[in-house]
Design a protein around this ligand. Sequence first.
Ligand SMILES: Cc1cc2nc3c(=O)[nH]c(=O)nc-3n(C[C@H](O)[C@H](O)[C@H](O)COP(=O)(O)O)c2cc1C
Length: 157
Amino acid sequence: MKALVVYYSRTGNTRDVAQDVARELNCDLEEIYDTQKRSGIIGWLKSGYQANRGKYTIIKELEKNPASYDLVIIGTPVWAGKPAVPVSTFLRDYRDELNNVAFFCTLKASGSESALQAMAELSGKTPVETMVIEESEIKQKTCDCKLEPFVRDVVDF
Ligand SMILES: Cc1cc2nc3c(=O)[nH]c(=O)nc-3n(C[C@H](O)[C@H](O)[C@H](O)COP(=O)(O)O)c2cc1C
C-alpha cells in the first residue's frame, strides 16, 4: 500500500501529527502551502471568517501526484468547526485525484464532527479511517494511544 500524508498547519500542531503518522507508516509527506498570510490576530480572524463562510484560497501546486497513491491521509486544524481553508481548497482542487482517503484533525476542543463531515463532502469520499487529536494531547505528548490504532487500521485497509 502506497500512502501519502498531506497536511496544512498554521501553528505546528497538525504538522507534528502529520510527521508522526508519516514516520510510523514510512510514507511520503507533503505540506499544503497557502498563498495568503494567516499569521497574527488579523490572520486568525480572517481564517475563522473564511472557514465559517466556506471560502477557498489559492494553494501552491503539490509536488507529489496524489493519484499515484493508494491512500492519501489528509490532516487539518479545525477552524470554526470546518477544515482549514487551504485544506478545503486542496480537497476541492484534487478530489478527482484521490483514490482512497483517511482524515485527521487537530483542535482545541470542539468541531471535529462537522469538520470531518465537510472533508468527506468536499472530497466526495468516505474516509477509511479518521482521527481527532486535541491540542493538549499534542503538547503533553499523549496522542500515541490514538496514533497507534489509526496507523494500524490504515495499514490494514
Ligand atoms: C481561525 C481558527 C479557528 C479555530 N476554530 C476552532 C474550533 O472551531 N474548534 C476548536 O476546537 N479549535 C479551533 N481552533 C484551534 C485549532 O484548531 C487548533 O489550535 C489546531 O490544533 C491548530 O493546528 P495548527 O497548529 O496545525 O495550525 C481554531 C484556530 C484558528 C486559527
